[in-house]
Design a protein around this ligand. Structure first.
Ligand SMILES: *[C@@H]1O[C@H](CO)[C@@H](O)[C@H](O)[C@H]1NC(C)=O
Ligand SMILES: *[C@@H]1O[C@H](CO)[C@@H](O)[C@H](O)[C@H]1NC(C)=O
Length: 335
């Protein structure tokens, strides 16, 4: 048996990473740490089949793991204040609704404002590219922790802050039941101008600058995208087939209704003691500074030089990816 494993691992080291990405797959675990139910929604990118589940409920403390093919790309978000209409039977949510009238989103997108987790598992150079985006506004604190991946950018991202409590009144969304501020619109959605939406004359990273609104988002959530071209500090990468833990309301203190007026800052200590089962959360300030340091190259989505930069580190990442994918394979399918 041991010989088989050794033989197999030697064999695998000589095979291209493609072989490995063909057998590995992504596992996403969504955990609701909020003091209220959350209905996650999942949408695959264009041209990629929808997953077997595209929407479900998570009560407080519940989690659910979702497996995806290794070439999957798409987005996940949380819907809040959902209910079924007693007379029509239609299901709808005050935030993040996907408009199907059912719990499953079945290929529909989130209606903004909603905090979005976006990921492409087989991005450039075989890396997974992921981010948490507030470009379409904010509804819930969300933290994404990669597990088992490799590479310098394979780190925690998201936003632990209750941005609803900091939302300027002109952007805030309230529901009719007196739940206080339930979401915070982006300036683009609210005002629709090309300056805020990075469209028309403002459709390039050079012309579309942060606004006072996007800067407020960025201050509250330094790791998340705050506007369309805010990618220098907000895109992360993992090699080696990481799994991802997505936690809604990473700290209970962030899930308090904004009407209570609480804006308790989230400290790593409070996050760790609040969720003993979760991996230790990295201090967001440390991550932010690291991300700033590492992002001097330039914008990810448009710059060839950054792609080149990412690609250069790929041979090492690839080797690590092979070994770790092999390890995972052997653990799940012992000979
Ligand atoms: C249920 O649906 C009907 C018809 O669309 C609507 O008039 C009513 O306000 C809804 N009820 C609730 C509680 O949303
Ligand atoms: C990823 O991290 C490495 C080292 O931490 C850094 O050199 C590189 O620029 C980062 N890449 C991106 C796209 O941020």
């Amino acid at each position: 048996m041991a010989q088989f494993r050794l033989l197999f691992s030697l064999l695998s080291l000589t095979l291209p990473p493609l072989f490995i990405s063909g057998v590995s797959s992504g596992t996403f675990t969504l955990l609701n740490n909020c003091d209220h139910p959350v209905w996650p929604g999942i949408l695959s990118n264009a041209g990629i089949s929808q997953l077997s589940t595209t929407g479900f409920v998570l009560q407080t403390g519940q989690s659910k793991s979702v497996n995806t093919p290794s070439n999957w790309g798409g987005r996940m978000w949380g819907r809040t204040h959902c209910a079924q209409n007693q007379s029509t039977g239609e299901f709808s949510c005050v935030t993040g609704d996907c408009g199907t009238g059912k719990i499953e989103c079945a290929g529909n997108n989130a209606l903004p404002p909603a905090t979005l987790f976006e990921i492409t598992l087989d991005g450039y150079g075989g890396l997974a590219f992921y981010d948490v985006s507030l470009v379409d506004g904010y509804n819930l604190p969300m933290l994404v922790v990669p597990q088992g991946g490799t590479g310098g950018n394979c780190t925690t991202t998201g936003c632990s802050t209750d941005l609803n409590g900091l939302c300027p009144s002109e952007l805030s969304v309230t529901d009719s039941k007196g739940d206080g501020i339930v979401a915070c619109k982006s300036a683009c959605e609210k005002f629709g101008s090309s300056e805020y939406c990075c469209s028309g004359a403002y459709a390039t990273p050079n012309t579309c600058k942060p606004s006072s609104y996007s800067e407020l988002f960025k201050r509250a959530c330094p790791l998340a995208y705050s506007y369309a071209y805010d990618d220098k500090t907000s895109t992360f990468t993992c090699a080696g087939g990481a799994d991802y833990l997505i936690t809604f309301c990473p700290s209970p203190s962030t899930s308090q209704k904004s009407s209570s007026g609480s804006q308790t800052p989230v400290t790593p200590d409070s996050a760790a003691t609040a969720t003993p089962n979760s991996p230790s959360y990295i201090d967001s300030t440390m991550v932010y500074e690291g991300a700033l340091d590492s992002s001097s190259a330039s914008s990810l989505s448009s710059s060839p030089s950054t792609f080149l930069h990412v690609f250069r580190s790929h041979p090492v990442a690839g080797a690590v990816a092979i070994v770790s994918a092999l390890w995972r394979l052997m653990m799940t399918h012992p000979f």
